[in-house]
Design a protein around this ligand. Structure first.
Ligand code: ADP
Ligand code: MG
Length: 463
């Protein structure tokens, strides 16, 4: 019937608009490299902020002692402590507690409310420290603070919030030193802990990755949002007017989520998602790639199919109108459905959208949409990674020699969305050809928190 033809027409049009052929990905990778140069050249020189992290040394393995970490950057907030035992014992104790952040604290509250919430969770966690953790007598506890939003750092342990992303919106915190805000909140709850390092999750992941593998040169986050960090040569940062670090290196937090290029395949659905978001016109690359948004892109295409092709019958399922009702983990579950009758898809439609009777034809269209959206996101992330490798001169063989380069990737999207991950890895091969044998994309488990603790150790007041 005409209904199916119309649905297929919408599907095909969407597929064309989302297409990322190899040539286009090369253009995206090249544009990423160009923007990296521009962002390093001058403040405000690019959509890519290329933020200086003040991390000029990555962990060596010698780090020792008890350190805490706070990880704030998505839907969950985590506190952890690690006992580091140097080269021999490594990380020999590691405890984590995860706390979900109430919606009303994430958006529309105040800086005090957010940091009181964090300090309260931290003070409770510190109180549960067992005897198997050792703090030498007379020493102050120290922590690394992973804060995964764009921050203009003034030093390794201070920095002002440039803007919120990923659904956070607390107006009075913008422009404030987030470490100062944390310290004040800790004082309010009577907690005495020194903040030794303020790091982005990408920088934490890079530090944690390097601790495990000396070949790690870059880190990428694929979770609620997306971002990347890498090790740059200090003299290749024209906008850096400070002293050159002894190591000759500086970790750069790219804030690549804000990357934008005419080569990005942006559809009408992406445009409406952007217009209705809390940060319109910003984080365009992130909105094509990351976990916060993929499910909602799917919902938007389904909405159009419901309206114009009566995909779900004569009435439009009212739930389909609710922003973010389709979450990326549900989308992954549907995409991964291997049953002949696509049972999982049927159940998701019933449970989430209250569509009780779906046909196999309908379910197949949904799986195809998942594939289009996720492939685009994964392929664009692969192009971004290749852009970084190009900037580092590591995208080709050097005199026929293989220089090993490892990219540490963290985030639940990469970890749990198998189709996304496979597609990303396949696309890196597609783009790099022969050089690919020496390039490894490695899952970094819990890198950002551990990395922050390691950086707190190397910036401890006692070393
Ligand atoms: P964050 O980025 O907030 O630090 P995570 O790395 O845990 O946190 O990423 C969380 C995001 O990952 C969620 O918003 C969700 O979109 C996505 N995600 C979580 N689980 C899955 C899953 N099973 N399949 C696909 N995406 C997932
Ligand atoms: Mg995280």
């Amino acid at each position: 019937s005409g209904k199916w033809e119309k649905a297929i027409e919408i599907l095909k049009e969407f597929e064309e608009k989302c297409a990322t052929p190899t040539g286009k990905l090369r253009q995206v990778a090249d544009a990423m490299t160009v923007e990296m140069h521009a962002g390093l050249a001058s403040e405000g020189g690019s959509k890519l902020k290329m933020l200086i992290s003040y991390v000029d040394n990555l962990p060596t393995g010698d780090e020792q002692g008890l350190f805490y970490a706070l990880d704030l950057g998505g839907t969950n907030f985590r506190v952890m402590r690690v006992q580091l035992g140097g080269k021999e014992k490594r990380i020999f104790k590691h405890e984590v507690k995860e706390v979900s952040i109430p919606k009303h604290v994430m958006a529309g509250s105040s800086s005090d409310a957010l940091f009181d919430f964090i300090a309260t969770a931290l003070v409770k966690f510190v109180a549960t420290e067992g005897e198997d953790f050792h703090l030498p007598p007379g020493r102050q506890r120290e922590l690394g603070f992973t804060f995964s939003f764009p921050v203009k750092q003034m030093s390794i342990a201070s920095g002002t919030l440039i803007k919120w992303t990923k659904g956070f919106s607390i107006e009075d915190a913008v422009g404030k030193d987030v470490v100062g805000e944390l310290i004040k909140a800790m004082e309010r709850v009577g907690l005495d802990v020194r903040v030794s390092a303020l790091v982005n999750d990408t920088v934490g992941t890079l530090a944690g990755g390097r601790y495990n593998n000396p070949d790690v040169v870059a880190a990428v986050i694929l979770g609620t949002g997306t971002n990347a960090a890498y090790v740059e040569r200090a003299h290749a940062i024209p906008k850096w007017h400070g002293l050159l670090p002894k190591s000759g290196e500086m970790v750069i937090n790219m804030e690549w989520g804000n990357f934008r290029s005419s080569h990005l395949p942006v559809t009408e659905y992406d445009q409406s998602l952007d217009v209705e978001s809390l940060n319109t016109g910003e984080q365009i690359y992130e909105k094509l790639i990351s976990g916060m948004y993929l499910g909602d892109i799917l919902r938007r295409v389904l909405c159009r199919m419901a309206e114009e092709a009566s995909l779900f019958g004569d009435c439009i399922p009212p739930k389909l109108k609710t922003p973010f009702i389709l979450m990326t983990p549900d989308m992954a579950a549907m995409h991964h459905d291997k049953s002949a009758d696509l049972k999982v898809v049927g159940n998701k439609l019933k449970d989430i959208l209250e569509v009780p009777n779906s046909t196999l034809k309908m379910r197949k269209i949904i799986v195809e949409l998942c594939d289009i959206i996720t492939s685009r996101g994964a392929r664009l992330s692969a192009a971004g990674i290749v852009g970084i490798l190009k900037k580092l001169g590591r995208d080709t063989l050097k005199d026929g020699e293989k220089q090993r380069s490892v990219v540490a990737v963290d985030g639940a999207l990469f970890e749990h969305y198998t189709e996304f991950r496979n597609c990303l890895e396949g696309t890196i091969k597609e783009l790099l050809g022969d050089a690919v044998d020496s390039i490894v994309v490695e899952q970094a488990n819990d890198g950002s928190g551990v990395g922050a603790a390691l950086l707190a150790a190397s910036h401890s007041q006692y070393v």
